[in-house]
Design a protein around this ligand. Structure first.
Ligand code: GLU
Length: 449
């Protein structure tokens, strides 16, 4: 851990005391505070009026019971969350996660990250996040629908196109968003398309939203590689995960001339040195909703499936962690550096542990933190909101062009901010400071709120 100055250390101490046991939230706050030392030194006005303390405190936290009936007629209980973190720049915006690991600390860390990420996009969106400890694995379509309907029966009263606009995240894709939007529509008797993003194209969704997070991360890494006169062409890449973010990261890398040699799910990882067959991964994950081990079973020779183990043991030049938080440990990072990694782009939220980030930075690896690199998803959500507000629907090309421009903009903002604060090439510092300054300036203009 980096040393914080006295004032920031006191703020962090209070966050830990008031949010006891929420380790991921502490981790996310600590990382931002470590970047703020340079801001505070240059702009002491930012420490006035408890501005930093207010940014670390969510505006509203909603926790609720989600009862539902499974296929066997048993009543099940889950817990639902929505943390409305910050609305200084626009309505709360951020996804909903369904995963057994979800608790208030996880949702708070995600909402905190989202606030700065959304600020970096330059779009008018605040930060929020929601979810449930519901485990969708192995659940029937009917169970998923009943769960989504029960979840929304409580959450709907807290949402609105000008209030709070959810989307998907781990365990929540097009199907779940459809069920939640359907229940919202029924309860409110309003076809309020702008209340959800990630919707299906038939009822107000945006083209390129599904692809946006993965494509965006790849655009960001492309821009980062270009600063050293490099590109994806001919490079070996590893992308962890095999969900929405991972699949479209692989698609764009392939378009840029890179070769993906491994991807994974929570059970294990597959290696295919000839290059992962993306159509097969899509078929396995999107159509059959099966495990990634199927890949090896179907392809056979020349491929490997390694149960458990670490995908980061596979040698590569570009690593794109796109699974979940803290998936790259310090050990993994050292292994990647030893094997010659030159760039890391975080597709997931906070996938590198603080130790891993330190290892990458010390080794001079180009490192794109999630709150900048994976902002393409939420930026395209903001484009979906724009289309809904104007009752319009853009072409794929038009939407992707906007996404590419936004990603280049985020890259350049992070690079310029890092330079301005005396740490050229440090994208962590650049992203944290640029995001913070936008939110803080807006909060100050709105008074003590
Ligand atoms: N869950 C995504 C994220 O982490 C997308 C959020 C959104 O589109 O609102 O940014």
């Amino acid at each position: 851990m980096l040393q914080l100055d006295e004032k920031l250390e006191a703020i962090f101490g209070e966050v830990v005391r008031r949010n006891a046991g929420e380790t991921e939230f502490h981790q996310a706050v600590r990382e931002v505070l470590e970047s703020l030392g340079r801001v505070v030194a240059k702009r002491p006005d930012f420490t006035a009026d408890a501005l930093i303390e207010r940014i670390c405190e969510p505006e509203r936290q909603i926790i609720f019971r989600v009862p539902w009936v499974d296929d066997r007629g048993n009543v099940q209980i889950n817990r639902g969350f929505r943390v409305q973190f910050n609305s200084a720049l626009g309505p709360y915006k951020g996804g909903i996660r369904f995963h057994p690991s979800v608790n208030v600390g996880i949702i708070k860390f995600l909402g905190f990250e989202q606030t700065f990420k959304n600020a970096l996009t330059g779009m008018p969106i605040g930060g929020g996040k929601g979810g449930s400890d519901f485990n969708p694995r192995g659940r029937s379509n009917g169970e998923i629908m009943r769960f989504c309907q029960s979840f929304m029966t409580e959450l709907y009263r807290h949402l609105g196109e000008y209030t709070d606009v959810p989307a998907g995240d781990i365990g929540v894709g097009g199907r779940e968003i459809g069920y939640m939007f359907g229940q919202y529509k029924r309860l409110t008797n309003r076809f309020e398309a702008g209340v959800f993003t990630g919707k299906g194209l038939l009822y107000g969704g945006s083209r390129a939203r599904t692809e946006a997070t993965g494509y965006g991360n790849t655009y960001f890494v492309q821009a980062m590689l270009a600063t050293r006169g490099r590109s994806f062409e001919g490079r070996k890449c590893v992308v962890s995960g095999s969900g929405n973010v991972a699949i479209y990261t692989m698609e764009k890398i392939r378009e840029f001339g890179g070769t993906i040699v491994a991807c994974s799910d929570s059970n294990g990882y597959i290696v295919d040195e000839k290059g992962i067959d993306l159509d097969l991964v899509k078929e396995i994950k999107e159509v059959r909703r099966a495990r990634i081990s199927e890949y090896h079973r179907l392809k056979g020779t020349g491929t490997h499936y390694i149960e458990k183990g670490s995908i980061w043991d596979v040698a590569c030049e570009v690593a794109m962690p796109s699974a979940t938080q803290n998936e790259i440990s310090g050990r993994d990072a050292r292994e990647l550096v030893k094997n010659g990694v030159v760039a890391v782009g975080e597709g997931a939220n906070m996938p590198s542990t603080p130790e891993a980030v330190r290892v990458f930075r010390e080794a001079g690896v180009l490192f794109a933190p999630g709150k900048a690199a994976n902002a393409g998803g939420v930026a395209t959500s903001a484009l979906e909101m724009q289309q809904n507000a104007s009752r319009d629907s853009w072409t794929f090309e038009q939407t992707e062009t906007r996404l590419a421009t936004i990603m280049r903009g985020i890259h350049d903002t992070c690079a310029a901010t890092a330079e301005e604060y005396g740490a050229p090439g440090d994208y962590v510092l650049g992203a944290n400071i640029a995001g913070f300054v936008r939110v803080a300036e807006s909060m100050r203009a709105l008074g003590v709120i």
